[in-house]
Structures are given as C-alpha cells and as structure tokens.
Design a protein around this ligand. Structure first.
Ligand code: AHR
Length: 619
C-alpha cells in the first residue's frame, strides 16, 4: 500500500476540547472507588430501597452491646437522618468496601466521627485492626462531651499493612453514645484534598490529559423517571439533583442510585468542578430535561416543576461562575473556591427516547440559559442510538433550532467501528457540531481497542464536525461490574487501564492542531478485510446474503467451513469458546464467559462476538 500525505494541505482544525472523559457513578465507580472514603455506609443510610441486599447496618458488625440505627429527632440534620445509638460500653466495626480496608504500612489515615453522649463525657477509641482484631496502628482517642453533635478527629499512622483491615469504634463507661458520619480517608488523596479522591484512580484519569470531564451521568441523571423529581430532598428515591450534592459533606443526603446501590454524594458538584480544574479539563455537567431516556418513555407534565429545574440550572451556572457574593457563588466560596470555575458548556438531557417531548423542554432550558448566560453553550442530544427514527428526529430538531453541539452515544461491535470510519464524512458542515459523549467497541479486548483507534482517525479527519469525544464508561470496580467494557478497572488494592485506555492515552496525549490530508492505495474492500479476533459476520450484512463462510485462526488455519443450512455441529465449541446452534436461519451463540450471548434471525444484523478467530466469506 502507498500512503500519500499532502504536507502542504491544511485539513480540519482539531478542537482543543477534542478528547475528554465521561465520569458516571456506575459499576460502583464513586463510593468504594474514586471517592477515597474507606468506611462503607458511614452514615447508616443504606436501605432496602437502594438495594434489596442492604440494611442500615450493611458494612457494620457490633463488637459489643446492641447498637441500633435510629431515625428520630436526635438526628444529625434534616438530610442525614439516621444515626447509631451505641449502648455503653460497646463498639462497632466497619469492614470497608469489598474485602476490607486496605492499609499500607507508613501511610497516614484521617479518622473523623460526629458524636454526642447522654453523659457529661464519654471516652471514644477508634482502632484500625485486621479481621482477628490485631492493631495495625496506634488507636485514636477522643473525649465526647455532652449532648450536642460534635465532630471528633484524629490520624492513624499504619505500622502494619493489611488488605482486609477493619475500623473499630468503641465507647467506654455507661449510658449511650450517638455516632454518625464515621469516616476514614487516606491523608494523601489526589492533590491531598480533604474529602478527596483516590490517588491511583485520579492519577490514571489525569494521565489521559482529558480536555473535558462530562459528569455526573448518563442514565444517572434520568432517575426522575422512577425516583421522582420532586421527592423531598432527604428522600432516598429522589432524582439526582445537583443542589443535594454540595455543602458540608455531613449535610448531604444519600440516594438510591439509578444503577442499584446507595450513592453518598461525597463526590458532588463541587468535587467534580474541583477535579476538572485540578486536571486542567473543562467541566461539562449534564442536567435532566425532565423527560426520561434510558429505556423509559415518560415526560414530566408539570410546568412548575419544569420551571424549578430550569431555575436550578441557572443556579448551577451561578454556583460555577457567579461572584463570591452571589447567592450560589457564595456557597462555592464557602466550600473553598472563591474564584469562579469558569463553566462554558452544559448539556440538557441524556439519551432521550421522546424527541418532541424532550425538545419542548430543552428549548425552555436553553432560552433561559442563553438569556442570562449567553456565553454558555447548551448541548442537546441525539438519543441512545447511532441511527434510526429517534436519532433522525432529534438531529432534525437540533438542526432546525440551531443548537451548537449535539451529544451522540453508541456502543457497537468492533466490526461496526471498522465499517463506520467514514460516518462523519457526510455530516452537514453547516449543522450542529458533534459531541460524541459515549462510545465503546463492545468488549475490553485488544481487538476492540484497535478498532477504536481506527475509528478515532475518522473522528479526527472530521474534526471540523466532531468537536468532543469521550469513551464510556470510565471506571469499573471489578467486584461490581454492571456494564462492560470500561476504560479503567480497579479493586481495593489496585487499578489498571484496559487496552482501550491505552488507545485513549495515546490519542489524548498526542492531539494535533489540524489534520494533514492523506490518501492510500490498495485499501482493502470491506468484504476482504480480515477481521481476526472476531467472527464479525455483521461485516457482511445478513445471513441470507452470505451463506458460505470459512472460519480460520488469524494465521489462516481453517477451523471449518459452513454453508449455514440446517443444524451444523461445526458451530460447537469453536476454539474451545462457547457453543453454537444453527436452526433454520436463526443462529444462536452463547459464550462460555456469558458476556457475549448473541442471537441473529433472518435479516437481523449479527451482533459482535469474539472467538479469537477470523471469518472469510467464500461465496
Ligand atoms: O455509559 C453507561 C450508560 O450508557 C450511560 O449511563 C447511558 O447514558 C448509556 O446508555
């Protein structure tokens, strides 16, 4: 092949915002992940409403006495409603997330707790131990004084390492000790910020040098569909609303996460803005449009509620950009950031399924924002698919309204990514620009990453249209995988980037100023392209059109050939992975790893699957 590069020509300028990240609290990405808090269920707010497996004592075990979680007038505050009553003498042990608290020898850990006592004074001791009770550090001691809630603090220096550490909190004497917000953070969070982020995960994100951070979701922001946009703000089943997530951390409520677990809001809007600033990225929040995407088809028909959310969004911009003496700018200043964060972009809605209902609401948000903050770009969206009637209608609406940026999402097979390199070649240059807010080739194998890299060359070639792009999801706790593939994986002890992470790192750290046009000879036609690593029959369209295939390993060793007529035992246990049944034009594959169960019938396009082999059309 010959590649010819026209060094004197000037292709599309690549936007400074081209590559970013999308953080959503999915796969337990925040609590037990990016949020450095080591105590699980620190404020006793876990509830079966969040997850059927939860109780208010999830994560905790009594050491002595009979501790009870209560919700009464003695609560810490109106948002943080439950607390622990510990009869004295007594103690309670937290086991952290997953297998336990990882304690590193020599590292410092900040302990804090809100407490009150029904005696004049009560001695309180906090101890870091292993599961057998052996101390890992000198205990932290405090004297709790009187009936008013007070925060007590101390620092452990670990003398012994453990990966299954425990935090024991004990009260001595008699009477009852009340406890809430029992907290333990490594002192060296990312940038040493209090209430900060786990260093290794934040550093992995920072190493990408993202130009923007889209947050907090995703479907997470569409929770009003089933949790209520107007539930009381301490209510667990309330939609994600930014005002619930700011202020002193003990005054933030917790919530039933869209993804099926309790979410603490320890990482809230202030922390998102601060993190974006720390890593030199533009913050790009997403607010709900009060129309449900994410598989639900309901629009909220309540003008007052809509108006309140429009106002909340204006308040959000004031929180980010307003002077320190403005109503919401003051709250930012009180949290430690008197200077504005400099918000320039904000998205309204996520993966909307009801184009017209969404757009009616979108224009209300947009008009209010543009009237007050004309410098802020309001991003629309194109629904959950890469094409189709909803997608087309949303694009039409966005185009007609002159929206600047439209958020597209798609999760497709590696074959799709190879086939669609030219996707943006034909986009209207005069229309809205594209924010590719979520995409991934559907697995975490090397081949997926390779197809993403190939696809990114198509985005860059069309950088005059595609202005921002972010892979999704960003993080996954390996013990709570609810969506894969993911960019960065972690457990309590370690984190590691996927092959896709390396692709993102490569592109994000080497962003050009503009495209230098090139041509190539001998580019293989689509049908001739080897698709080693996946038997991606979708490359070829429908089964009817392609009824003879040969399946071979990437080095050309033939595994079998098949004419796809009737049941054929050849499709069983190819390369030791998965099994196949071929029955009268419907082909069903079930992968042993269970993550790749695919079905094709008649004209339905094949989904991708990965058998580590290559398929070639014979006729
Ligand atoms: O990235 C995971 C989910 O995928 C997002 O929440 C949603 O927007 C999309 O469907």
């Amino acid at each position: 092949y010959t590649v010819t590069v026209d060094v004197n020509a000037h292709g599309a300028d690549i936007a400074d915002t081209m590559y970013g990240v999308f953080f959503e609290d999915i796969n337990r990405a925040a609590d037990g992940g990016l949020y450095a808090e080591l105590v699980q269920n620190r404020s006793f707010e876990y509830d079966t409403a969040d997850n059927a497996a939860y109780t208010p004592l999830t994560g905790w075990a009594p050491r002595a006495g009979n501790p009870q979680v209560v919700d009464d007038d003695g609560r810490l505050n109106a948002h943080n409603r439950r607390y622990l009553r510990l009869p004295l003498p007594g103690g309670i042990i937290n086991a952290g997330y997953n297998s336990g608290i990882v304690v590193e020898k020599g590292r410092k850990y900040d302990f804090s707790v809100w407490a009150r006592t029904d005696r004049a004074t009560t001695p309180l001791t906090a101890t870091l131990t292993d599961p057998a009770g052996t101390q890992l550090a000198a205990p932290v001691r405090a004297t709790v004084r009187g009936a008013a809630w007070t925060r007590y603090t101390g620092t452990f220096t670990a003398q012994t390492a453990a990966i299954t550490g425990r935090l024991l909190v004990e009260g001595g004497g008699v009477g009852t000790l009340a406890l809430d917000m029992v907290s333990l953070f490594p002192k060296d969070t990312y940038r040493n910020r209090p209430n900060g982020m786990r260093r290794d995960l934040a550093e992995k994100i920072a190493a990408l040098h993202p130009e923007f951070v889209r947050f907090p979701g995703g479907c997470l922001v569409n929770t009003g569909s089933h949790y209520g946009y107007d539930a009381p703000n301490w209510e667990r089943r309330r939609s994600y609303q930014w005002k619930d997530t700011i202020g002193p951390v003990e005054q933030r409520s917790t919530n039933a996460n869209f993804w099926g677990y309790n979410q603490s809001y320890g990482i809230g809007y202030y922390e998102y803005f601060q993190f974006a600033e720390d890593i030199g990225a533009m913050a790009l929040p997403v607010v709900p449009a009060l129309v449900t995407g994410c598989g639900q088809n309901r629009a909220t028909d309540d003008p007052a509620l809509l108006q309140r959310h429009v106002q909340d969004t204006l308040d959000l911009i004031e929180f980010a950009n307003g002077p320190a003496d403005s109503t919401w700018g003051r709250k930012r200043a009180e949290m430690g950031h008197p200077e504005p964060f400099g918000l320039t972009h904000l998205a309204v809605g996520n993966e909307e399924n009801l184009p017209d209902a969404y757009f009616e609401r979108f224009v209300r948000f947009r008009a209010a924002i543009e009237a007050r903050y004309p410098e802020v770009t309001v991003v629309g969206n194109a629904g959950p698919d890469d094409s189709g009637a909803t997608f087309d209608r949303l694009w039409q609406l966005n185009t007609d309204a002159g929206v600047d940026l439209v958020d597209e999402h798609y999760y497709n097979s590696p074959t799709w990514f190879l086939q669609n390199n030219e996707r943006y070649d034909s986009y209207d240059r005069a229309g809205p620009k594209v924010f590719l807010g979520e995409y991934a080739s559907q697995d975490n194998r090397f081949y997926n990453a390779l197809t993403e890299a190939a696809y990114l060359t198509g985005l860059e070639r069309n950088a005059d249209v595609v202005r921002l792009a972010s892979y999704a999801p960003l993080l996954s706790n390996e013990d709570y995988v609810q969506w894969r593939p993911d960019l960065i994986w972690f457990n309590n002890r370690a984190s590691w980037g996927s092959a896709s992470y390396e692709v993102q790192r490569l592109f994000m750290n080497n962003v050009g100023d503009h495209v230098v046009p090139s041509t190539a000879t001998g580019t293989p036609s689509q049908e001739d392209r080897p698709i080693s690593g996946a038997v991606g029959l979708s490359t070829w369209g429908t089964a009817a059109a392609y009824d003879d295939v040969r399946v071979s390993t990437p080095d050309g060793t033939e595994l079998f050939a098949d004419d796809f007529s009737g049941t054929d035992a050849d499709w069983t246990n190819i390369a030791g992975r998965g099994s196949w049944a071929v029955t009268g034009g419907a082909y069903v594959q079930s992968d042993t790893a269970a993550e790749n169960t695919m079905v094709m019938a008649g004209d339905t396009a094949w989904q991708d699957y990965d058998l580590g082999v290559k398929a070639t059309k014979l006729s």
